[in-house]
Design a protein around this ligand. Sequence first.
Ligand SMILES: [Zn+2]
Length: 366
Amino acid sequence: MHTIDPGFVPPHCPNPNCQHHRQLSPGWRFKRIGYYRRQLNPTRIQRFLCLHCRRSFSTQTFATSYWLKRPDILPQLLTKTTGCMANRQIARDLHVAPSTIDRQLSRLGRHCLLFHALHMHTAEPASRFAIDGFVYFEHSQYYPFHHHLAIEPDTDFMIYFTDSEVRRSGTMTKAQKRKRQRLEKIHGRPDPRAVFKDVRHLLEVVTGGQPRVTVLSDDHQAYPKALQTLPCESTHLVTSSKERRDAGNPLFPINLADLLIRHSSANHKRETIAWSKRRQRSAERLAVFLVWRNYMKGRREKERGSPTPAQARGMMEHRVSMQELLSRRLFVNRIGLPTRWVEYYWGHISTRVLPRQRRHELSYAM
Ligand SMILES: [Zn+2]
């Protein structure tokens, strides 16, 4: 799976600092410089040299399995994570260390961020969409956060997501309130304007320069404020959060997405012990979910051959297979990501209670 054929011609230089990395300029020259052998199949790997920056690379540099000792894991991860397995269960199932699964799942998450962004560049923007925020936890129940989602109700297409840290609220015992106070003293409090800022960014990305949009949401107070600051006209259709959330509710499509996320991801089940230790990891898993939901899964579970959301909105003519998703490595410097997703890509979302967190700094890796 996802190996590159021997007649492969590199489309661009893989070195992000080379002028032939971003553009497909006709002047780019490279030469073949023999092969190297390795244990995995294919055992003979073609090597190349960029004649501009003198960087050498190989067919493997363009594979999603670049630098992986176990390239067989990546294609198995998507169905396992969206099939509700926690990282430790996956590790046991595949007979590898949990840290291998964590690392490869982050890579798959990054690939999915790029895959979706790439397809959004040429897609028709959504002029009518629903937004909502859903509460999840990182580290413990003292650290709730919201994932803000935007969905196109007519196609179930997930357009974009962000997240915000929020303060633990709701009913608490006296002991819980004391503990919250103690933790906030040590680790600080989330920015009280975080929800407003992150929803505003979400709206900016989703509206994408359109002159007018229609936005469906509940009566959260941050939404009208965020909409007012946008440089476009908007019709805001509000459904009270007290309305029954059944199929007749205008916000049903976005509730369905939340249900599916919770149903499909071990880290988002209520009362779970497998919640994400970090918001960063939750975003990576959500990116995997988004790609699976938009491009690989039919809209209707029970209808055979039901089109995917991407097919329903005319972005794709077919359902994307795992092989197609992983067929080529995507390069972050060639695909623009929205600012929040740049942070997800580089692992910049830190969890305030943890002292040191691994970031993704291998600039020549993916
Ligand atoms: Zn080069």
